[in-house]
Write a protein that binds this ligand. Structure first.
Ligand SMILES: N[C@@H](CCC(=O)N[C@@H](CS)C(=O)NCC(=O)O)C(=O)O
Length: 297
């Protein structure tokens, strides 16, 4: 790599690996599978292949909300895809998501399995399949979908822009951090102004718009993303704070954020979810205690 201030782009870009940034070992300029690997399949109609990042949490919260609403058909197996190990480039995963990113869903409830990738598409698919958390009246539906797509378009500036250059890039580049900090604060202000007017993003009701936005901007507002709470002075967005706190208390959200989670308190990590009882019996603290317990006499 050259010194950032002296870099002159060549006529044709070529892949100089590794570039030293976090994810350098998995990032590539080409798509497609790198190795053959079938995906496991569990007993439930819905098979989720994911990881407990903000994009993954959107879907596990949605599934837990649907189950809490009584939609038994939303029972799911959540399998862990370790993106740091390159699981997203296995042939089975690429067949479900040609973009090689979590989350990816396979609906096996009908005669032919249906694949869905892109977290926003998965939320819409599930909302339409179960007739829940997406209003049907045209005005309310338009508002909900506007905020859902706002999240899909905005978060890459937060994650791929601000988060990458503030926390992960091998050098701190003032221009890049400044540009994306400004955009991130603007986005927080967009949300804050909206949430000053309405309880939830779509209006009076909690919808898939909140489910999409919360894992990103709720976590950011609590200082849980990129260690940037103080830098971005997130406490000033008080309507975002009110909304974030309310959503965090929902039982389905508490469960959904535990699924496929690989960091934090062991009691908050449920690496794979195959049954509702797993929340009580298979979190990392419980599994570790089971391993330490003496074998039954
Ligand atoms: N727009 C996609 C973004 C998904 C995404 O970026 N997933 C990340 C984790 S949060 C991923 O799988 N990264 C692996 C990689 O880039 O190789 C969505 O919302 O589903």
């Amino acid at each position: 790599m050259t010194d950032d201030t002296n870099y002159v782009p060549p006529k044709v870009w070529t892949w100089q690996k590794p570039n030293g940034g976090r994810f350098a070992s998995t990032n590539r300029p080409v798509a497609g599978a790198t190795h053959d690997k079938e995906l496991p399949v569990g007993r439930h109609p819905l098979q989720l292949y994911s990881l407990g990042t903000p994009n993954g949490v959107k879907v596990t919260v949605m599934l837990e909300e649907l189950l809490a609403l009584g939609h038994g058909g939303a029972e799911y197996d959540a399998w862990l895809i370790r993106i740091g190990d390159g699981d997203q480039f296995g042939s089975g995963f690429v067949a479900i998501n040609p973009n090689s990113k979590i989350p990816a869903l396979l609906d096996r409830s009908g005669p032919t399995p249906i694949r869905v990738f892109e977290s926003g598409a998965i939320l819409m698919y599930l909302a339409e399949k179960f007739g829940a958390l997406l209003p049907t009246a045209p005005a309310a539906r338009a508002e909900c979908l506007s905020w859902l797509f706002w999240q899909m378009g905005s978060a890459p500036y937060l994650g791929g822009g601000f988060g990458h250059f503030y926390a992960y890039a091998p050098t701190k580049i003032e221009y890049a951090i400044d540009r994306f900090a400004m955009e991130t604060k603007r986005q927080l202000d967009v949300l804050d102004r909206r949430l000053a007017e309405t309880e939830y993003l779509g209006g009076a009701d909690y919808t898939i718009a909140d489910i999409a936005v919360w894992p990103w901007y709720g976590a950011l507002a609590k200082g849980l993303l990129y260690g940037a709470g103080e830098f971005l002075d997130v406490g000033e967005y008080r309507h975002v704070q009110r909304w974030t706190d309310a959503i965090a208390q929902r039982p389905a959200v508490r469960r959904g954020r535990m699924v496929n989670r690989l960091s934090g308190e062991p009691a908050s990590q449920l690496h794979e979810r195959h049954d509702a009882s797993d929340f009580d019996t298979r979190t990392q603290d419980k599994l570790a205690a089971g391993e330490k317990a003496p074998p039954p006499a």
